[in-house]
Design a binder for this molecule. Structure first.
Ligand code: SAM
Length: 302
């Protein structure tokens, strides 16, 4: 089974326009959005980036019938020069954050508490694993990860239990992490709390927010005029960063508040296409509960 693409018709609606020729799917995953883009427009070429080799393998197999219209790049979506090569600027960019259900359901990847596997969580398969990160981070740092990325209450209590287990070399598997959380409370804990704790370590291991910040800082250089940007995010911090980027780049005036007449001469780079984030409709959530927290924001390059 493939990952089910989230907010699919909404994403296509904002992403494609009459001049769309080259689209960057910056998080191609198993290619659900990319396939719909290729089906919707016979004259569009898609460049699909993913840092996960397994995701790219699945996408390449799934999209082989579109050969010549779809190209893949394995790496982080911040590697735009290498990913786009000599193809030039794009007419649309889709970023569908987070992880795919293929990653979540593969217990060898360590993203989920529901199957036992190594405490890995690396999307790219390189760099430090979640187990390494826990070992090399002190208790206060772990509490910070839990609070910031997992919005977890009582982060220090959980961090202490995780650190204790790690110091006894008992933090190697997803079951070890789950057990350490349960030990912190002396009882079983809710699936919601476990999900947020696993999410927190996934975000830290993959430096997801740092890469998003870097991407937002450079993406406008790679998009043609009238090009579209579509972001789907699943975490409040991600959504806040995207919202702030769109607000800043679409602002008509950046004079300090109280300046009587505008003197900044600012020309906005973006026009907002979504005034508020678009949320998943109830029918989609009923079909795909993982879409529940999705937020879509879109803009047009002026
Ligand atoms: C939610 S899935 C995308 C699903 C895809 N839209 C589909 O329809 O199948 C997110 C994907 O983004 C990839 N990813 C996350 N952060 C990335 C980054 N900074 N650079 C490149 N790929 C990234 C993950 O490996 C994952 O495969």
């Amino acid at each position: 089974m493939y990952h089910t693409p989230v907010l699919l018709s909404e994403a296509l609606h904002y992403l494609l326009h009459d001049g769309s020729r080259l689209i960057l799917d910056a998080t191609v995953g198993s290619g659900g959005h990319a396939k719909a883009i290729l089906d919707a427009r016979g004259n569009v070429t898609v460049i699909g980036i993913d840092r996960d080799a397994m995701a790219l393998e699945v996408a390449a197999e799934r999209l082989k019938e579109y050969s010549g219209r779809v190209f893949f790049f394995m790496g982080a979506y911040t590697e735009l020069d290498s990913a786009l090569g000599s193809r030039g600027n794009v007419d649309g960019v889709l970023v569908d954050h987070g992880m795919s259900s293929l990653q979540l359901e593969d217990s060898h990847r360590g993203f989920s508490y529901s199957g036992e596997g190594p405490l890995d969580m690396r999307m790219s398969g390189t760099g430090q694993t979640a187990s390494d990160l826990i070992e090399s981070t002190d208790m206060a740092g772990l509490a910070c990860v839990l609070e910031r990325y997992g919005e977890v209450a009582r982060p220090r209590r959980i961090a202490r239990s995780i650190k204790n287990a790690s110091q006894k070399h008992m933090m190697r598997t997803t079951a070890d992490l789950k057990a350490a959380v349960e030990n912190a409370f002396g009882r079983r804990v809710s699936p919601g709390l476990l999900s947020r704790i696993f999410q927190a370590f996934r975000i830290a291991v993959n430096r997801e927010l740092e890469l998003l910040q870097e991407f937002l800082g450079s993406i406008l250089r790679y998009v043609n005029r009238n090009g579209r940007l579509v972001f789907i995010s699943y975490h409040s911090l991600e959504d806040r960063m995207i919202k702030e980027f769109l607000r800043r780049e679409s602002a008509e005036c950046i004079c300090p508040p109280g300046t009587p007449v505008c003197v900044c001469g600012r020309r906005p780079a973006l026009e907002l296409l979504t005034k508020k984030a678009i949320k998943t409709a109830n029918e989609e959530i009923a079909r795909n509960p993982r879409a529940r927290s999705a937020r879509l924001r879109a803009a047009r390059v002026i």
